[in-house]
Design a protein around this ligand. Structure first.
Ligand code: ADP
Ligand code: MG
Length: 243
C-alpha cells in the first residue's frame, strides 16, 4: 500500500511537559484513519504536528519518501498538500462563501480567479452549499459553516484531509449533516485523518482506528478490533466511559 504520510518516533514537548511520546503511524492512500482518546491525550497536538502548525520536538514525518522535518525542506510545499478542517471552522468572516473557497487557490496555488471559482463551485456542490455562494459566514448555521470549511479545504485538492473534531462545536441537530458529508468523502476514496469523539461514526467509516492515551498510541487496529475486541485495559475503560 502506498503511504501518504508516515510518522516515525514523533515527540512533542511544551517546555518540560512531554505531550507526545514516540508516535509511530502511517496513513495509506485512500485510507480513513480515526484518532480517538480522552481530552488532553494529545490528539490535536498530533494533528498540528502532522501539518506543522506545531514543530515536533523529535522524530520524522515522511512524505513522498522524504523527511519533511529536515531543515532544507520546503514546508510550504508540504503544507498545501494537507487540507485542514478545524473544530471552530476558521472561515474568513469578511469573505463570502465563494471567496472563502477561492482565496487559497488564487493566492497559494496561483490559479486564475475563473479557474478557482469553477473548482470552488465543484466542491461547494459536493458539500451541498452551492446555493449559498454569496452568503457571509455570519449568516450561516454551524453545520453550514463547517461544510464550507470542508469545501474550502477540498478546493486546494490536497493529498490528505485532516479533521480535528469537526463536529464538536456544533449544535446536536447539525452534527449529522457534517458527518454525512464526511462519510461520502470517505466512500469516494479521499485519504482522511480524523480526530473525533463520534464513536459510531469512527466505527462505521474508518479503515483503521488509533486510540491515544496520555501522549502515546495505546492501541491501533480495525474498527472491529478496537471497538469490539480491544486488547488494552485503557482502551476498554475509555470505550466504557464513552459509548
Ligand atoms: P486533545 O486534543 O487530545 O484534547 P491536546 O493535544 O489539545 O489534547 O493537548 C494535549 C496536552 O498538551 C494537554 O495537556 C494540553 O494542555 C497540552 N498543550 C496543548 N497545546 C499546548 C500549548 N500550546 N502549550 C502548552 N501545552 C499545550
Ligand atoms: Mg483536541
Amino acid at each position: 500500500m502506498e503511504k501518504v504520510i508516515e510518522i516515525q518516533h514523533l515527540s512533542k514537548s511544551f517546555g518540560t511537559h512531554e505531550v507526545l511520546t514516540d508516535i509511530d503511524f502511517s496513513v495509506n492512500k485512500g485510507e480513513v484513519v480515526s484518532i480517538i482518546g480522552s481530552s488532553g491525550s494529545g490528539k490535536s497536538t498530533l494533528l498540528r504536528c502532522v501539518n506543522l502548525l506545531e514543530k515536533p520536538t523529535g522524530g520524522q514525518i515522511i512524505y513522498n519518501g522524504e523527511n519533511i522535518l529536515d531543515d532544507h525542506h520546503d514546508h510550504n510545499e508540504y503544507r498545501i498538500k494537507l487540507g485542514m478542517v478545524f473544530q471552530q471552522f476558521n472561515l474568513f468572516n469578511n469573505h463570502d462563501v465563494l471567496g472563502n473557497c477561492v482565496i487559497g487557490q488564487t493566492k497559494v496555488l496561483k490559479r486564475t480567479k475563473a479557474e478557482a471559482e469553477k473548482i470552488a463551485l465543484k466542491y461547494l456542490n459536493v458539500v451541498g452549499m452551492d446555493q449559498y455562494i454569496h452568503a457571509k459566514p455570519r449568516h450561516l448555521s454551524g453545520g453550514q459553516k463547517q461544510r464550507v470549511a470542508i469545501a474550502r479545504a477540498l478546493s486546494m485538492e490536497p493529498d490528505v484531509m485532516l479533521f480535528d473534531e469537526p463536529t464538536s462545536a456544533l449544535d446536536p441537530e447539525m452534527v449529522g449533516e457534517v458527518l454525512t458529508i464526511m462519510k461520502e468523502l470517505a466512500e469516494s476514496g479521499l485519504t482522511m485523518l480524523i480526530v473525533t469523539h463520534e464513536m459510531e461514526f469512527a466505527k462505521d467509516v474508518s479503515d483503521r482506528v488509533v486510540f491515544m492515551d496520555q501522549g502515546i498510541i495505546a492501541e491501533e487496529g480495525t474498527p472491529e478490533q478496537i471497538f469490539n475486541h480491544p486488547k488494552e485495559v485503557r482502551t476498554r475503560e475509555f470505550l466504557r466511559r464513552t459509548l
